[in-house]
Write a protein that binds this ligand. Structure first.
Ligand SMILES: Nc1ncnc2c1ncn2[C@@H]1O[C@H](COP(=O)(O)OP(=O)(O)OP(=O)(O)O)[C@@H](O)[C@H]1O
Ligand SMILES: [Zn+2]
Length: 611
């Protein structure tokens, strides 16, 4: 009999020992019994016969993980504080020995001299950041890199944000790479997935373009990972393991000897700090944009309507952005636009109407809602929000002869719907497209003459130290949909126009100033860790967080930022409590996080959301 340590896929349990008459290789997937269930597990190592009786392995599967994958999964389990089985379950196992077929591809892409310069820079740096304006031609550079990697016999993972795989991006890829490129995301059918995996291992497919899960496929010769729109938050998983695919891309690159390129028009502060950067300025086509401001509080003001009217007269299309992702209401003064900030955290506090209080989502500092704006004394201070549906409705009534469509998760639920609406927009069957954040993702349409960005102060005042970074990036991405070719206008509705005037044309300056603001309390100067507990009994949830808060005090290098009820205090019948800590030491944070695991709290390393 042989004894093996088996990691249980998807299970939070630590690895268990099982036995088998067969000799099994490390990394082999097997079926094992656990209580009355059958689970999939992975052979980690051969061990001595234990002193207790152990159960037999039921079945040896065809699939396996490589030693490299095991190594990557161990890192994920350690850094994102989950079990090895949970980390391994992120990866799709190999199902056959990879064949080494080398493909040769000749695309017709011809780069401009500036793009050539960027390409040369990327080639000499193992890891790099391409900081290129919207419409500057980053995608063409990526595709040129894909071509070269493939011709060197390597595979490519091309990561895009959740809804960044627009029909147009797909057709650009298919145009150049035909059957050698596959599109991968959670919604493709099991059958299609099967086919892609086979062709990937047979060497026919050499590029996988997909959302964050595309990073975990059975690549034998991964030579290049490109992360497009690297600032996008959809790279971070909101379930355990709460990994960030962008950060993992850099780790995978290092472990697998692959080149990693991050790209964005609005790169994150962390990436620009960390990576050699090439600055690609301007748009590929001749284009100019004119930015205008509307100081009205919110909604369809006269200025907005007039600007839209003018654009339609020029026979150009309009995109209208409506913020709805701000989950909470924030107090903004009707006359000066200021928000009320937490005295301890310098972030805006959010309104909790049922308790008539303002609350800081970081430290839980709470105060009564002021009767008047603390800055200017004006008495009208609660902002209301307006949703996409309402804006669409109003525009349809006002612009009767034009076609107005809504573009958000409420109306676009399937890929087919997404393709349909974008192709209608491309064919100019839609004149005005009203949408949410979804509008900002890499759409390349040449007929857009105006981008309207409504109610942006609600985002700028979010209770998040990244509020300014997120908002400015979003505004620039949406603005970047207008005037990609020829003349385009942008209308920003904000009472903080000074902020946008200062930074819109100069994101690099913003990053520089923001760095000073972050120093020394926030990343990249400190690492943050959020611990969460949820329980149907409120006292339980609270007690667990208080217990870990006690443990945190024992770590000299760890500072407790705050703890208490979560921003959303109850989800699905469970009360939620949170603890936020920071430290310059990753090691200390991880040690603390792993200790806390035993106390039934969930860890979120490098959290991105604070509500
Ligand atoms: N070398 C090139 N040859 C021909 N067309 C190009 C070239 N480079 C860029 N373009 C065209 O310029 C437009 C903008 O390029 P692209 O979409 O690659 O920009 P981007 O930097 O990826 O933009 P965004 O950040 O807004 O997604 C596209 O229509 C693209 O086809
Ligand atoms: Zn605070």
């Amino acid at each position: 009999m042989h004894y093996y340590l088996i990691s249980l896929l998807k299970s939070p349990l630590t690895p268990l020992t099982y036995c088998s008459h067969d000799i099994l290789e490390i990394g082999r997937v097997v079926e094992v019994p656990l209580s009355k269930r059958t689970l999939l597990g992975v052979v980690l190592e051969c061990v001595e016969q234990p002193s207790f009786a152990c159960e037999e392995i039921l079945l040896t599967c065809k699939t396996f993980y490589t030693l490299k994958t095991l190594e990557l999964a161990r890192f994920i389990a350690e850094y994102y504080v989950c079990s090895l089985g949970e980390a391994l379950a992120l990866f799709t196992p190999f199902s056959q020995k990879s064949l080494h077929v080398k493909q040769t591809i000749n695309t017709t892409i011809e780069l401009s001299s500036l793009q050539e310069e960027a390409l040369a820079f990327i080639k000499i740096n193992t890891n790099a950041l391409l900081f290129g304006d919207t419409g500057s031609g980053k995608t063409e550079i990526y595709m040129k890199l894909f071509e070269e990697a493939i011709n060197e016999g390597k595979q490519v993972a091309f990561l895009v944000p959740e809804i960044g795989l627009t029909p147009q991006m797909k057709s650009r890829l298919k145009h150049h790479f035909g059957a050698h490129v596959a599109i991968w995301h959670s919604k493709i059918s099991a059958k299609k997935k099967e086919q892609i995996l086979t062709e990937l291992q047979e060497g026919k497919i050499c590029i996988v373009a997909g959302t964050r899960s595309a990073l975990f496929l059975p690549y034998e010769k991964l030579g290049l990972i490109v992360v497009d729109e690297e600032h996008d938050e959809s790279y971070k998983s909101s379930n355990r393991p709460r990994y960030n695919a962008k950060d993992l891309a850099l780790l995978f690159g290092q472990k697998l000897n692959a080149k990693v390129l991050l790209g964005s028009a609005t790169p994150s502060l962390n990436s620009i700090q960390k990576l050699p950067t090439f600055r690609l300025k301007g748009t590929f086509f001749e284009a100019s944009t004119h930015v205008m401001y509307d100081e009205s509080e919110h909604g369809l003001s006269n200025a907005v309507v007039v600007a839209i009217e003018k654009t339609l007269k020029r026979q150009k299309q309009v995109v209208v952005f409506v913020p709805t992702r701000a989950n909470f209401k924030y107090i903004t003064c009707k006359s000066c636009g200021a928000s009320v900030e937490c005295p301890y955290c310098s972030v805006a506090m959010s309104v909790h109407l049922h308790v008539h209080a303002l609350k800081c989502h970081y430290c839980n500092y709470t105060e009564a809602i002021p009767k008047a704006c603390p800055k200017c004394g004006c008495e009208e201070i609660i902002a209301t929000r307006m949703g996409t549906a309402e804006v669409k409705e109003k525009l349809s009534i006002h612009f009767k002869d034009f076609s107005v469509s809504q573009f958000d998760r409420d109306v676009i639920k399937t890929e087919k719907q997404l393709t349909q609406i974008l192709s209608d927009f491309n064919e100019k069957k839609i004149d005005i497209l009203v949408g949410t954040q979804m509008l900002s993702k890499g759409h390349d349409y040449h007929g857009v003459g105006l981008a309207v960005i409504l109610g942006v102060d609600a985002l700028l005042n979010m209770s998040d130290f990244r509020a300014r970074e997120k908002t400015l990036a979003l505004v620039m991405q949406i603005a970047g949909r207008s005037g990609r070719k020829g003349y385009g206008e942008v209308l920003i509705q904000s009472q903080n126009s000074a902020f946008f005037k200062r930074y819109l044309g100069n994101y690099a300056q913003f990053l520089n100033d923001e760095l000073a603001f972050r120093n020394p309390l926030y990343p990249p100067f400190q690492k943050m860790l959020k611990l969460m507990s949820a329980h149907t009994k409120e006292e339980k949830a609270k007690e667990r967080i208080e217990n870990v808060a006690q443990i945190a005090l024992e770590f000299k290098s760890i500072e407790v930022v705050g703890h208490g009820k979560a921003g959303v205090a109850k989800i699905a019948g469970k009360y939620r409590y949170e603890l936020l800590v920071r430290s310059p030491s990753t090691k200390a944070l991880l040690e603390f996080a792993h200790l806390s695991k035993a106390l039934q709290v969930e860890a979120d390393m490098d959290p991105l959301s604070f509500s």
